[in-house]
Design a protein around this ligand. Structure first.
Ligand code: SF4
Length: 426
């Protein structure tokens, strides 16, 4: 047990963090391609990896090859790994062929993997070389999605951090603007855009943008609302460009979304009465949508294995708005800056844990016998077999869960495993 740092910006000193290192059961950062390739519509993600990487992406994304997906894997063969072939030359040929066949690509990400890192293939130099060759038609960037360096959602963080230098500079005299950071489904972006417009907050831009040519300018008058708790590197890169982060809860549930919007409203000096007039109907509707799941979830205990870094805000949402009782809130990394508001509101008695030693954590979970376990796919089936009810954490990243209109759906994701178990019970 390591007491939290006293200056961590939260009162989590009262809630010691259990830090563990050991075997982890998490997906690698390549997984982010599954949602990122749908978001930036003229981008392409070329994984430089092995057949394993290709299988992971293909099966996780579930896209048919004939659908011309915006991702692929340049497969490294044994001769590449043994250093018998010039991997750079082969990569250049693959990229040339790809760009010739797909003139719609405007932004190409070279995505590093475990194999490319093991042979120390320098993808940043490759990206520079290929950018020079294919500019101005195509920009080539790189980031790592390797399981050595990243877990599950960190791939998005690495991708967006790589995109930050592409943002034009906004000077000191630029109009104050709001930047919403984190890949959100288009429908959720549209809902937030309408709310910001009603509140008189703007101009508003989203990062990443839907098209690579629409990367918003960033500077000292940029205010950021972070939409995903796993974007630590991206937030730091934007802050280095002068942007200022608005500390807030994450927009999960009625309370989280209200708090998140209020942070922007305060920065834009929106009068309290106006804020309430705009937000209250949405907030009330969200609360009503939660009521049905609350009947199932109220009073039940929940145990989070570390997976996506969404765990602390989700635990706060489930405890405050649905009456659940978090026993352990595991997260792969605890970013105290981004989570400063969340940590203040975690329920007393919940064990916060960072990192993973999967065997020890499984023992704690079995001892606690929680009503619901949130974990990765690899742990879910064995735990179900032991009689525990589980929720796949990956669904929480793949489903639209942010904002007022999704609050009911988010709660239902946690209620559904109970319904399933009662149906299966004989
Ligand atoms: S990047 Fe590493 S962990 Fe991810 S699929 Fe490829 S080999 Fe596996």
């Amino acid at each position: 047990m390591i007491p939290a740092a006293p200056n961590a910006g939260c009162d989590s000193a009262a809630a010691p963090v259990l830090r563990e290192r050991g075997q982890r059961e998490v997906f690698c950062g390549l997984t982010g391609i599954v949602w990122l390739h749908r978001k930036i519509q003229d981008a392409f993600f070329l994984v430089v990896g092995s057949r394993t990487c290709a299988h992971l992406i293909q099966s996780a994304a579930g896209v048919m090859v004939f659908a011309e997906p915006r991702f692929a894997t340049a497969i490294m063969e044994e001769k590449d790994l043994a250093g018998l072939a010039d991997a750079n030359e082969e990569l250049d040929n693959v990229v040339d062929r790809l760009l010739e066949r797909r003139p719609d690509i405007k932004l190409l990400f070279l995505v590093g993997s475990c194999p490319s890192e093991v042979i120390k293939l320098d993808l940043s130099r490759a990206a520079q070389r290929l950018s020079t060759k294919h500019q101005p038609k195509v920009r080539v960037l790189n980031y790592s999605g390797s399981g050595i360096e990243t877990t599950f959602t960190q791939g998005e963080d690495a991708c967006l951090a790589a995109l930050v230098p592409e943002a034009p500079s906004a000077g000191d005299d630029a109009t104050p603007s709001l930047l919403v950071v984190g890949a959100l489904p288009d429908v959720v972006e549209d809902q937030f855009s309408r709310l910001f417009a009603e509140l008189g907050i703007g101009p508003v831009a989203f990062f990443p943008p839907r098209r690579s040519g629409e990367i918003p300018a960033v500077g000292p008058n940029t205010r950021m609302l972070i939409a995903q708790p796993f974007l630590g590197d991206t937030a730091r890169a934007l802050e280095a460009r002068g942007a200022k982060r608005l500390p807030a809860l994450f927009p999960f549930g009625a309370e989280g979304t209200t708090h998140w919007l209020k942070a922007a409203a305060d920065a834009w000096d929106v009068p309290e009465m106006d804020f309430r007039r705009v937000v209250a109907p949405h907030r009330e509707r969200a609360k009503r949508a939660l009521a049905r799941s609350k009947e199932t979830l109220d009073g039940r205990s929940i145990f989070f294995f570390p997976d996506s870094q969404l765990e602390p805000p989700l635990a706060r949402f489930l405890a405050e708005e649905l009456g659940m009782r978090p026993i352990e809130i595991g997260t792969p990394y605890l970013n105290r800056d981004l989570l400063s508001e969340e940590l203040k509101r975690l329920p007393e008695g919940a064990q916060l844990s960072e990192g993973q030693h999967v065997d020890k954590q499984l023992d704690r979970c079995r001892d606690a016998r929680p009503d619901l376990v949130v974990c990765g796919l690899g742990l879910a089936n064995p735990l179900e077999r032991e009689g525990l009810t589980t929720k796949w954490s990956i669904e929480l990243v793949f489903s639209p869960v942010h904002g007022f209109d999704q609050a009911g759906d988010l709660a239902a994701l946690f209620a559904r495993p109970f319904a399933r178990r009662s149906v299966l019970r004989v």
